[in-house]
Design a binder for this molecule. Structure first.
Ligand SMILES: [Zn+2]
Length: 315
């Protein structure tokens, strides 16, 4: 308690607890009991106030501090609006994640078109990846954003303009050359992997340039052919999407699959890796999905939920 700095105020004629608290910017639901406790010797019948009497305000204790176990940490990478992250759970305590948003820097990835604007895969993959990172941190995980943009943050806009200032962890310029780019991010992950040796670790790559054709706009999961754990993790994520679609869009049908695929970053990073295709930024129906902020958030939430199950099952 912050008794030393408690503010005292004089009740005016006609004041009740409600009016007094409201006038001083305090919430009735949170502070009424504390106010009565603090001033019990100064209150009239039925907790009325006596005008001219000085009362102590229970303020100064901020809401977040009152709930003593919630820790708030600030991460600039999420942007101003989302920088402060409340660690509200501990389900992922001990889990380490390397989140690799596809492409970035000089490479925009696939480019779609919507209302005469260019939509670049790297920006949309990055936004979902940031949202996932934040969610994992809220649950107690340690997260490394491998592809990083110093000034984008989480963006609530439909149209995410493209830029080329992304870097690779910690802040390496991303080369244009395809294989050098993949090697750079692989090395970044592997260096960190050594540092966390012995911990539960996952590399999650996120893309929006699915190879699937036609009507198929599902979320696909890939793992390395030598990794049984990768396969198990991918299956858990896929099952989570299946359940979520059944819950939120019954009858939609979800046909996202789990399969192996020869992918440089999956093959060459040391942590168990899952590579996720969220859709294809070239398909109009996928564009409709990804320009809606809530959908990007939902995908991130579902992935986080799947990863929680993965951690619980496979740690
Ligand atoms: Zn891609």
């Amino acid at each position: 308690m912050l008794n030393a700095q408690q503010k005292e105020v004089v009740a005016e004629k006609g004041d009740g607890i409600y009016r007094l608290l409201t006038r001083h910017g305090l919430s009735i639901s949170e502070h009424t009991n504390a106010f009565i406790e603090l001033n019990k010797n100064l209150l009239g019948k039925d907790n009325t106030l006596v005008s001219g009497v000085k009362y102590k305000l229970p303020g100064a204790v901020k809401n977040t501090q009152a709930k003593s176990n919630i820790k708030t940490t600030s991460f600039e990478i999420f942007g101003k609006k989302y920088a402060d992250v409340e660690i509200t759970g501990n389900d992922l305590n001990g889990a380490i994640y390397y989140l690799m948003a596809g492409h970035g820097g000089p490479d925009p990835g696939a480019v779609g078109k919507y209302n005469n604007k260019q939509l670049c895969e790297d920006e949309y993959a990055y936004d979902v990846t940031l949202r996932l990172a934040r969610k994992l941190i809220q649950n107690g995980a340690t997260v490394y954003m491998i592809t990083r943009d110093g000034n984008d943050g989480i963006r609530d806009d439909s149209y995410l303009p493209a830029d080329t200032d992304e870097v690779c962890y910690p802040k390496l310029t991303i080369p244009l050359n395809h294989i050098r780019r993949l090697r750079q991010r692989t090395e970044a992950v592997n260096k960190l992997y050594k540092k966390h040796k012995g911990s539960f670790q996952r590399m999650i790559a996120i893309h929006v340039d699915s190879r699937s054709r036609g009507e198929n706009i599902d979320v696909f999961f890939y793992h390395d052919k030598r990794s049984d754990t990768g396969k198990r993790s991918a299956k858990i994520l896929q099952k989570t999407f299946q359940d979520k679609y059944n819950e939120h869009q019954p009858g939609r049908g979800y046909h996202g699959t789990v399969s192996t695929r020869n992918l440089y970053v999956v093959k060459n990073t040391w942590p168990v890796a899952v590579y996720i295709e969220l859709g294809n930024i070239n398909h109009q129906r996928d564009i409709q999905r990804f320009i809606i902020t809530d959908n990007r958030q939902a995908v991130a939430n579902w992935l986080a939920q799947g990863l929680k199950i993965d951690f619980k099952t496979n740690k």
